[in-house]
Design a protein around this ligand. Structure first.
Ligand SMILES: [Zn+2]
Length: 411
């Protein structure tokens, strides 16, 4: 019987022995009956997303988990654009942006415009669709003070510098965009972007939203600063190539954006947060619902990574127990032919407070899957498993083999 797979991703779950946990990793410390059951019933291993010692971001990690080679990385800007639901075309140059407060002499008074949260959509509206020469500017608000800018036109390049003066440089002037190489494309992009920034300032400054903010004693969001330019080129879509249907259930825009770029259906709802209050029951239910008409469903949990960044090993262990709860719901309700795989996009060791290049534990479990002798899902136990140590791309192809979509080599 042809199989389907639900892949549960615990963001940044890999860790190191932690003094506060008596020398255990959070995965070893946490009570995880369901994860351990899967390990017991299936085969395990450890995975380097690209190769040993190479650290990846959440965007790159998911690009690989969703079946793309790392060389397809389109840059942070295009990832963010896809994350907020913008449809990119090949050649578009996308930037991550902040709404900011601009004062006299090009000074950026606040890089986050008083941490504006409301009515940024109204400000986005007056910028979106502006045209300078043959370039159209597409602009969309993201969460809080963040936004995405896309330049669409002929002969553009991502080889331009950031205009964001960067933290902690509030009170300094914003930077002019400069070409990073000698190409006419980079020169054109920088020139037109600088012109755009002068066009939007008076438009935004006198907008109702900012008049009201000033009256309330708040900083106006009268400017936009840019960073992380990336040029979009079409990336491989394995699902379309091989004829399988995949979906992504997540709360994080980055993960959803990578899913969308990969050609997968994506699902998010308000109750999916990046914290302990996220609704894992709803995530699991949605994954189970979507596996009905998809071959492959990814379901993502963020909190494990957040607690690693915050150096909170006990809370990371609690986040892992939440992951265990989500996986338990998947196990109890999965259709007969459905495998469950466990993985992560990278390690986020608490003691480092950042991502690291250490491998993450993986499991593939379900009907027909070989069983090894490993009985626990953690970094150390899984290193003794039957899958051994593989790369992210090999993990994905291993999954696709169970979907029976990978063409046979030879005859
Ligand atoms: Zn991550």
């Amino acid at each position: 019987m042809k199989k389907k797979i639900i892949v549960a991703i615990a963001d940044g779950v890999g860790d190191r022995p932690n003094v506060e946990l008596g020398g255990l990793t959070p995965l070893q410390y946490a009570k995880t009956p369901h994860l351990d059951q899967l390990a017991k019933e299936g085969m395990t291993g450890i995975m380097d997303l690209i190769s040993p010692g190479i650290t990846v971001g959440t965007d790159m990690g998911h690009l690989i988990l969703f079946g793309n080679p790392s060389v397809n990385y389109p840059g942070r800007g295009p990832m963010e654009a896809a994350g907020v639901g913008m449809d990119l075309q090949p050649g578009d140059v996308a930037f991550r942006c902040n709404f900011a407060t601009r004062g006299d002499n090009n000074i950026v008074i606040d890089r986050r415009a008083g941490r504006i949260r409301e009515r940024t959509n109204e400000l986005a509206e007056i910028i979106n669709g502006l045209q300078i020469e043959d370039v159209t500017f597409l602009f969309k608000e993201a969460t809080e003070h963040r936004a995405v800018l896309v330049m669409r036109g002929e002969g553009l390049s991502a080889k331009v510098t950031d205009t964001d003066p960067k933290a902690p440089n509030d009170g300094h002037p914003f930077k002019q965009a400069l070409p990073k190489d000698d190409s006419p494309e980079a020169a054109k992009t920088a020139r037109i972007l600088n012109e755009f920034l002068e066009v939007i300032y008076p438009l935004m400054d006198k907008h109702d939203v900012n008049v009201e903010r000033l009256a309330n004693g708040q900083l106006p969001a009268n400017f936009v600063i840019t960073r992380g330019a990336g040029q979009f080129s079409v990336i491989d879509r394995l699902g379309e190539q091989f004829g399988y249907k995949a979906a992504v259930v997540a709360g994080e825009d980055t993960v959803l954006g990578v899913g969308r770029l990969s050609g997968y259906d994506v699902y998010k709802e308000e109750s999916f947060t990046g914290n302990m209050d996220t609704n894992v029951r709803r995530k699991a239910e949605k994954a189970l619902e979507m596996i009905q008409d998809h071959d492959l469903v990814y379901v993502h949990l963020k909190v494990t990574d957040v607690k690693g960044h915050d150096n909170k090993p006990f809370e990371k262990a609690q986040g892992i127990e939440l992951f265990d709860e989500m996986v338990g719901i998947l196990m109890e309700n999965r259709p007969e032919n459905t495998l469950i795989a466990l993985c992560a996009d990278h390690s986020t060791p608490c003691e480092k407070g950042e991502h690291s290049g250490e491998p993450v534990p993986i499991v593939i479990s379900g009907p027909g899957i070989r069983r090894d002798k490993v009985e626990h899902y953690d970094e150390i136990s899984c290193a003794e498993g039957a899958i051994n140590r593989i790369k992210g791309r090999e993990f994905v192809w291993t999954l696709l083999d169970y979907l029976e979509v990978v063409p046979k080599q030879g005859n």
